[in-house]
Write a protein that binds this ligand. Structure first.
Ligand SMILES: [Zn+2]
Length: 280
């Protein structure tokens, strides 16, 4: 079981436990979109003594905590190391890119010095609320907020996120966020981005062959979903192997953790290979 410290977490808990993926999770995956990754995380959260961040909580998690958990899920399922190849638009050669997810997450964590520079004087409090030196109180955007603004044009989405996350003033005041001084909302947005870094980065990659530089976006949600989608085609074959060898039902096989299922399949394929070798 993977245990991850959350920052800011939820009033219900400051850390979360995530169980390993099983076949049911892989089968339930809907291709594409950030919502699918949050839905997957929601299935994997386990409520244990000491934290109430369990199933149903993923949408309430700040997007930075959600991404931190998804990075942990990727590392536990595949590897902490991201190895990929980026094609060059200029010469068509591919450039290998390799980095550690844990190092990427650690490098973007806020420091006390950065908080001071942005005028963040406190937070997160017990309600996961932060305060700026001009008295503005806010929380970080979460999955609910993202779901609500999905499909809006970027400027309307920006105003709506601020309206939902800035907590001072009456409900009527909050509806007028768009009329407030731009510099105030710029400050809140800068503080939100600093305190809640997502695992969604633009990387500058220089081509090994011709030196041409290009920006490549790495988004843990898309990367995790794509990796699972690519492996899903093996699932049916693995179910077939296990059903033939052990007589287990499809539901029993899908209930196995992905690691256990794959370990059994490896035994079966090794035995089959050894048998073939003996009968030659
Ligand atoms: Zn090139």
């Amino acid at each position: 079981m993977l245990q991850v410290r959350l920052d800011p977490g939820l009033p219900a808990g400051r850390w979360a436990c995530v169980r390993p993926l099983c076949g049911h999770d892989e089968q339930a995956l809907v291709a594409g979109g950030g919502l699918a990754a949050t839905e997957l995380l929601d299935r994997l959260l386990v409520e244990v003594p000491g934290t109430c961040v369990g199933p149903g909580s993923a949408w309430q998690l700040s997007v930075c905590d959600r991404d931190r958990l998804l990075a942990g899920v990727y590392a536990a399922t595949f590897s902490d190391r991201i190895d990929t190849e980026v094609p060059c638009d200029h010469c068509d050669e591919g450039t290998a890119v390799s980095f550690s997810l844990a190092a990427m997450v650690a490098s973007s964590q806020p420091s006390n010095e950065g908080r001071t520079q942005l005028g963040i004087i406190s937070g997160p409090d017990d309600g996961c609320v932060y305060e700026l030196d001009d008295g503005i109180r806010f929380r970080l955007p979460n999955g609910h907020d993202q779901r609500e603004v999905a499909g809006l044009d970027p400027e309307r989405a920006r105003v709506e996120i601020l309206r939902r996350c800035v907590l001072d003033g009456s409900e009527a005041d909050r509806r007028t966020v768009g009329d407030m001084p731009t510099e105030v909302w710029d400050r809140v947005e800068a503080a939100m981005a600093y305190l809640g870094p997502t695992v969604d980065h633009e990387l500058m990659i220089a081509c090994h062959e011709c030196g041409e530089a290009r920006a490549v976006r790495f988004d843990i949600q898309q990367y995790l979903l794509r990796a699972l989608e690519q492996e899903r085609r093996y699932l049916t074959q693995e179910i077939h192997y296990l059903a033939c060898s052990y007589g287990w039902s499809q539901a029993e096989i899908l209930g196995l953790s992905r690691d256990d299922r794959r370990a059994y399949v490896e035994f079966i394929t090794a035995e089959r290979a050894a048998r073939r070798e003996r009968t030659r």
